[in-house]
Design a protein around this ligand. Sequence first.
Ligand code: SF4
Length: 504
Amino acid sequence: CGVFGVRDPQQPAAHLTYLGLFALQHRGQESAGIAVSDGDKIMIDKDMGLVATIFDEHRLQALPGTLAIGHTRYATTGASAWRNAQPVARHAGDVFFALGHNGNLVNTVELAIGHPDADADSDSDVVAALVADALLADAIATAADKTAANKAAADKAAANRTAADKAAAGPEAAAGEIGSTGHDAGVAEKPGNGDLIAALTSVLPRLQGAYSFVVMDETRLIGARDPNGFRPLFLGRCETGGWVLASETPALDVVSAKVVREIDPGEMVVIDDDGVHSIQFAEPARKALCSFEFVYIARPDGKLAGVGVHAARRRMGRALARQSPVDADMVMPIPDSSIPGAQGYAAESGIEYGDGLIKNRYIGRTFIAPNQQLRENAVRIKFNAIEDNVAGKKLVVVEDSIVRATTLRSTMKLLRDAGAAEIHLRVLSAPYRWSCFYGLDTSDRSKLIAATMSVEQIREHLGADSLAYLELDEMLTAISPEPGGFCTACMTGDYPVPVPGLVV
Ligand code: SF4
């Protein structure tokens, strides 16, 4: 998923959020939504589909205000349906808040216990329900505190009056012959509204797994990142002085905001009229930024943890060329995310770089076709081969990763049909053998081809002449020379946050 938030008194927030979501469209194409506040009330507009197909000028004009959050959804927990589109919103007393979530929690079932109103299928809805409950609890506790404070103040006032009465009555009275004037019990406070920041501070440490949140009430923009830092979240500053939160830096670029910094693991930032306030709601845990952000999730024009994604992918390609060289005529990517890796492979190997496949730019998700012939047609909607470039050639075909391999086999056939003499498949990441529970929808391990087949079986299945994956150590070194700090669970089974019920 992609999350975005902006608080800029100088600019229309819904329009900026639209641009930010547009730049984050690659992180989720199932639904999108914007919540906006005019300082008084929050309005939400969300729908299934792509940002550009949901929102037009008319719809954005109906969302006035200078504070907004937005979300593009890729379903991990919960069905791809309107009810699960985000931002999600809740009332608690007079407090109304909205939140958008990138990541996936591993203890949703446990968290949902005692919250029959929450949709246990959606971790984000469960979090909203927990925050609403914490708001009500905070309101009741605050009212109780105020009642106790009223009583203490009343007791003190009564004691003062008694002492004054005794002093006025002289020494004998002071010895106790004149009775106390008594006191009232103090005024009982009715529960008012809880504090959203206090509610979040109490709820967030209970969440396990991956989360980067954007949250808002009528006046404040809030961002929070899990203690492992699985998913990215950036803070940016607009030229006009406003503040922006976004999953990736290109979403800051598109609204002319400068990167200030990343939100730290375990940190919450609260942005109000006075600026940015930082709260460390949990100690940072083992650093575990998703290494697949560098492989294919994040945009290549962005930076994560100070590392340029495009440059990291190029280095992966260079490392792959050193590790698994091959005699060939042309290096070609499977577009788009493999392009920098293929460029790196070509530069390192000295083999000419070329295009063998053209990708249809207007494709969203390919639909699941009911039979093999239709599936092959679906691949042709997405890719077509440039016959003149591939016919009779020995090809190095670079792919960022192989997860289920549902379309890759058909893509290989496309190249064969176009006359490729040899296909040497090179993969920029290590074999994807384990399910991700932190934000990629791969929970059914039986569908992961590397979990059930050897590399040789996969090569045969795909119809390639040779197949090589980049070694994990090489992949991590290509991302960053600093050791550690990344989640690699889908390649190693080493889960930074334990997954209940999972046997590794
Ligand atoms: Fe990323 Fe893989 Fe870890 Fe999931 S399991 S967060 S995809 S590295």
